[in-house]
Design a protein around this ligand. Structure first.
Ligand SMILES: Nc1ncnc2c1ncn2[C@@H]1O[C@H](COP(=O)(O)OP(=O)(O)O)[C@@H](O)[C@H]1O
Ligand SMILES: [Mg+2]
Length: 275
């Protein structure tokens, strides 16, 4: 199958007072429709920089090179305006801190509506019904009331689910989720992870970035391991867990805790972690 997204020898460097520093040192990866690629690596390994570089989210102090394509179109030569239009359209992005993605001064309903209006051209009535539908799909209780709320009146988990819901309603070809579960408690994490698994069923390609092997193992079909700006290993979860040769990957695998096992059992419905 043709990949939705493909990065080849992607490099990102930054120029500072002490000259140029390479943050991402030539990484290659791709993801196909309906599949989830997990990007795993410790904090500072270049996970966010590689996606920001690919999506044109870095300012002029950074230099991005290599090749990046989305549905066969080369991204690194596109203008900032073209890239902006793509994000929120063909590409949905879900970031670590949902609070920073919502304007504290506007009601949730207005913010959802604005995004829908900008990208889909729906009427007011249609926007309202689609907003309610989306909130219900994301298992938000009392959706009518939630539309009237301000961001600070909702929990981090609810905002995160709403952000994923908005991104999904755009029916993106690619969804990039950067540490989407890091700030959440275990139960909410599991719910959010289930959303990502569901998203794949709609044929969207997902890039799931996390420093947490447990989270990655649940959502991803294939995993690439980042270490100091390079990919040091790749394969499915079993490979990472049992057959990885790279010492850093082995360390990550060994650090995994019993939490993962209880997650898996909860997912299979054999055990509930809600008790
Ligand atoms: N704005 C910035 N300017 C310069 N260097 C940065 C900036 N943001 C991050 N870095 C550096 O880039 C490297 C990769 O960071 P990042 O991609 O954010 O890591 P990760 O997402 O894997 O935690 C780190 O060494 C970090 O210190
Ligand atoms: Mg990051």
């Amino acid at each position: 199958m043709t990949p939705v997204f493909e990065a080849k020898e992607l490099k990102v460097s930054v120029t500072g007072r002490r000259g140029e520093r390479e943050l991402v040192k030539g990484v290659s990866f791709s993801v196909e429709p309906g599949r989830c690629l997990g990007i795993l690596g410790e904090s500072g390994s270049g996970k966010s920089m590689s996606m920001k570089g690919a999506m044109g989210l870095l300012d002029r102090s950074f230099r991005v090179s290599g090749r990046v394509s989305l549905q066969g179109e080369e991204l690194l030569t596109k203008s900032p305006e073209e890239l902006r239009r793509m994000r929120g359209g063909k590409v949905g992005m879900v970031l670590q801190n949902p609070m920073t993605c919502f304007d504290p001064l506007y009601r949730i309903g207005n913010q959802i509506g604005e995004t829908f209006a900008a990208h889909q051209g729906w009427s007011r009535a249609e926007i309202r019904s689609r907003s309610l539908e989306m909130l219900e799909r994301m298992k938000i209780r009392n959706p009518e009331e939630v539309l009237e709320k301000y961001p600070h009146q909702l929990s981090g988990g609810m905002l995160q689910r709403i952000m994923i819901g908005i991104a999904m309603a755009m029916k993106p070809a690619l969804l990039i989720a950067d540490e989407p579960t890091t700030a959440l408690d275990a139960i909410t994490q599991l719910e959010i992870l289930n959303e990502f698994i569901r998203i794949k069923e709609e044929n969207t390609a997902v890039i799931f970035i996390s420093h947490d092997l447990n989270a990655v193992s649940l959502a991803a079909d294939e995993i690439v391991v980042f270490h100091q700006g390079m990919i040091v290993d790749r394969g499915d979860f079993r490979h990472i867990l049992h057959r990885a040769k790279d010492p850093y990957t082995r360390l990550l695998a060994e650090k995994r805790t019993a939490v993962m096992r209880s997650y898996r059992r909860a997912l299979e419905g054999k055990e509930t972690i809600y008790a």
